[in-house]
Design a protein around this ligand. Sequence first.
Ligand SMILES: CC(C)(COP(=O)(O)OP(=O)(O)OC[C@H]1O[C@@H](n2cnc3c(N)ncnc32)[C@H](O)[C@@H]1OP(=O)(O)O)[C@@H](O)C(=O)NCCC(=O)NCCS
Length: 135
Amino acid sequence: MLWEWANENRHTAINRTPIPRDIHEEWFKRKLKDPNCIIWLLDNAFESLGQIRYDVEDAQAFIDISVVPRFQHYGLGKFIIRQSAGMLLEKHPQVKALVAQIRSDNSVSRKFFASLGFRQTKAGGVEEWKIGITQ
Ligand SMILES: CC(C)(COP(=O)(O)OP(=O)(O)OC[C@H]1O[C@@H](n2cnc3c(N)ncnc32)[C@H](O)[C@@H]1OP(=O)(O)O)[C@@H](O)C(=O)NCCC(=O)NCCS
């Protein structure tokens, strides 16, 4: 499922090349073992609606988030970030900022992170947007 979502969202990714299944599986096994990586899914009673991954590097946590297309723009993305940020701090209290790396042509994501209070800290083809967090 995560592999399918990753490829469905490839147009929003920094690297747009489709990901072969075997490469994804190797990557996923590595991520599951990585203590600095957290992946959470948002489910309802029937299916998964979205996912968030945090890759923690010292005091920063890099975000990868996606919501299944037919559930987008109902507030789920905001819900996922707000709920998961507290859970992230419980596991990694040293984290002081969340960072999103966004393609500059991904205007939905730019609006999404801006609506949550993230501010742009790096320009270019791949922008960085950040927000400070505290416990
Ligand atoms: C980015 C993404 C996670 C947002 O999730 P979502 O559940 O649709 O977002 P929400 O419904 O919580 O929207 C929150 C805000 O984002 C902005 N937004 C979301 N969808 C938008 C759209 N289609 N057009 C314009 N703004 C939009 C709005 O500002 C919205 O606030 P509002 O409802 O008060 O106007 C989702 O669009 C997605 O999965 N995109 C593909 C993957 C991706 O680009 N991930 C980000 C890279 S890390």
